[in-house]
Design a protein around this ligand. Structure first.
Ligand code: FUB
Length: 303
């Protein structure tokens, strides 16, 4: 169990899991920069049932820490309407630093297509201000329509390999991936797909000791699993469960972070009082890789 000190407002405060206790938060993304870990999370604004029956998400919040214990709440990092073409839905995001800028890949609804799309915002600081880096979606539903669900282009997971090549993985039901150009605002390849076992959403790629790890949310209700490969393009060897489902919400969404020689997974469940499907909570667990590089099963803690 990880005892986490939590910050409310912009002053220091303490708490265990869930990490954020004054708001409902989901879909964590992490960035390590200049000795701090930055945590970005979509804000769940839905009312409790029976009124709240769908996601109400308009903004991403940002928190930071220098020790994984004392967290500072910086407020809103950006809203969905930083993308003028977006009609709502500040769904899952990922952030990565390249060439001194901070690139925020975000799921939103494309107003004209009435479907989910992925935009890219950029800032000179991890705290913003962010602006639309392209002026249109990087990925729109019309480019990649695999199903008729309208939300198959969600959940970007961005990764820069040792050779400098950036990649984005994303999708719902079907995993998609593509190279991203050095400018971070254009695709650098066709869009590929991969038939991972029972892939639902939330792909996340990282590399450790030459092994590529592709973790994702599987089945419904979701739980977190992973595969490994010696190539970014696979083939992927299924390695099993990292984290179990949390029955208070069907979704889970995770990111890994390495900081000061320790390994952490951040994720969401719905463990705050009056939490639920559309009122989720970000949490964090420290873990240790097994000697052979595999990831152990990680239990969710609630204190
Ligand atoms: O928060 C909205 C959606 O739910 C995300 O995009 C998915 O990963 C799931 O967490």
């Amino acid at each position: 169990m990880l005892a986490v000190l939590m910050v409310l407002g912009s002053a220091a405060a303490q708490a265990g899991n869930p990490l954020v206790t004054d708001k409902f938060t989901a879909d964590p993304a992490t960035l390590v920069d200049n000795g701090r870990v930055y945590l970005y999370a979509g804000r769940d604004e839905a009312l409790p049932p029976p009124e709240g029956t769908k996601y109400v998400m308009n903004e991403w919040l940002v928190y930071s820490t220098c020790d994984m214990q004392n967290w500072t709440a910086h407020g809103t990092a950006l809203r969905y309407d930083v993308f003028a073409w977006a009609g709502g839905s500040a769904w899952a995001s990922d952030i990565i630093k390249r060439d001194g800028k901070y690139w925020f890949f975000a799921t939103v609804t494309e107003r004209s297509a009435k479907a989910k799309a992925i935009g890219v915002a950029v800032a000179d600081s991890p705290l913003g201000p962010f602006r639309d880096a392209i002026g249109k979606p990087l990925i729109t539903n019309s480019m990649t329509l695999q199903t008729d669900i309208g939300w198959d282009d969600i959940d970007p997971g961005v990764f820069i390999d040792d050779d400098g090549q950036a990649w984005m993985f994303w999708g719902n039901q079907v995993l998609k991936y593509a190279k991203i150009k050095r400018n971070m605002i254009e695709l650098d390849s066709q869009i590929y797909t991969d038939g991972l076992p029972q892939f639902t959403e939330a792909p996340y790629v990282h590399k450790r000791n030459g092994i590529y790890y592709l973790s994702y949310s599987r089945d419904w209700p979701e739980y977190t699993v992973y595969s490994t490969s010696d190539k970014i393009t696979g083939p992927w060897r299924y390695r099993g469960k990292i984290m179990d489902k949390n029955l208070k919400t069907g979704t889970v969404h995770h990111a890994f972070v390495e900081f000061n020689g320790k390994s952490y997974i951040v994720y969401h469940n719905a463990e705050l009082p009056s939490g639920g499907e559309y009122r989720r909570s970000v949490a964090v667990e420290e873990f240790t890789y097994n000697a052979d590089g595999t990831i152990p099963f990680i239990a969710q803690t609630t204190a």
